[in-house]
Write a protein of this length. Sequence first.
Length: 130
Amino acid sequence: MLLPGHNMNHQHTPKSHQKSSNHTKSASGSQNASSTSARGHARTNNDEPVRIEFVKQAKDLRTYLCVKNIPCCYSKKQLKEEINRGHKGRYWTIEPIPDKKEPEKTTNKGYFFIGFKHPLFVVDFYEQYQ
C-alpha cells in the first residue's frame, strides 16, 4: 500500500458511500478527503479541506475518509493487514472499492474508505501515511 513514492491522498466520498447527512470534504494541504463526524458535529464547510491542526484542537470532528492513490493490487485483506500494523482497533470499517472490470481478482480501484472511531485517530493515520 505504501510503497516509496506513493502517498495516501484523500478525495470526496460518493453519495453511495455516505454514512449520514453531514458529509464534508477534508484534507491536509491542497489534497481532498471526505469525512463525517462520528457525532455529526463537523464544524467545517462541505468544501473545506481538513486541517490537521483543527482536528487536534477538536474544531474538526470528521472521522470517515476516502483515501486514494493506493496500489490497485492490494486486496481488502492486505489493506487491513497494513493498516492494522499501527491502527488496529481504531477504525470501525475499511471499504476498498473493488475493480468491477475484473471481478475474479481481488484488486481495488486505487482508493478506499475508512471510518475511524475517534477524530484524533485521523491525526495518527495522517502522520503515518502522508
